[in-house]
Design a protein. Sequence first.
Length: 328
Amino acid sequence: KKSPLRVAVTGAAGQIGYSLVFRIAAGEMFGPDQPVILHLIEIEPALPALQGVVMELEDCAFPLLHGVVPTADLDEGFKDVNWALLVGSVPRKAGMERKDLLGINGKIFVGQGQAIARRAASDVRVLVVGNPCNTNCLICMHHAAGVPRDRFFAMTRLDENRAKAQLARKAGEHVSAVTHMAVWGNHSPTMFPDFFNARIHGRPVPEVISHREWLEKDFLTTVQQRGAAVIKARGASSAASAANAVIDTVRSLIQPTPGDDWHSVAVCSDGSYGIEPGLICSFPIRSDGRSWHIVPGLPLNDFSRARIQASVEELKEERAMVSELLTR
Ligand code: NAX
């Protein structure tokens, strides 16, 4: 019998948290034979709402849920956790500059990175979802002294899934036919969903969808603006699809990647594809179930290189904006 995994979720009383924690407790992230203990971390004012989430978790009588630790204390929250899913952050308010948002949210990840280093299990892995997730992840990694760099991830899987859905719809195929979709760069409108290397039923996308202008313009814009379109339609930002992408990201890291496929997640660059080492950048990733690597040697044409370069430049700008949070 497996001993329980401890999984921390910050922002657990928020929208994504509400779509995420029940699925983890149901076994969708770690499998039907893996018990979990949920560490639900919130800020003080959200603790009453979090208590409601805890009540509902209890009322689900999940066989795999072996405990819940609701807290606003980071040392308690990250104690012995094997996974830290950092979802909580402050939403951008009207009139707030990007730099302000970076500063406000960036600070959160200083303390969380330190607490993870102090308290988490020695095998801890960290997935940052709260935006701007790449730069928040960079800050967290910087302050989590002693935790190896290959344990830090920022989420671009929702972008990958959105890109696959759009290509499937255009080709009139089921979404499962679309594979090898790499999202490069920052999780922001500059990210590049690489349709050149993606495949539909094993064939290169530009061969299946010959409408090149659609691929280079409409497709990219639709994927990049999808979040805004959901907000417009729903009156609230993507939550269930974001939580689903969190589940997909973790599963893809802890299970061997099928065939010669790959998935997208932002990791600490090792200089692959000429991307500056140390930046948290989205790459195509394969896993053997334990360790992961960046898929080497994918061809990139001038169009792709220009897009990736622009997104990497944005990552450098974000890093410069939070430089005071990157000292120790
Ligand atoms: P909500 O505002 O519904 O929930 C956020 C929760 O975080 C709140 O309950 C808040 O109390 C809590 N929180 C704030 N500061 C905290 C702190 N210091 N410690 C612990 N908890 C804290 O937002 P939601 O819709 O759930 O989105 C959460 C984050 O995910 C946002 O930053 C959002 O931008 C980001 N997203 C990232 C995506 C990605 O693909 N990487 C996609 C979805 C989403 O937009």
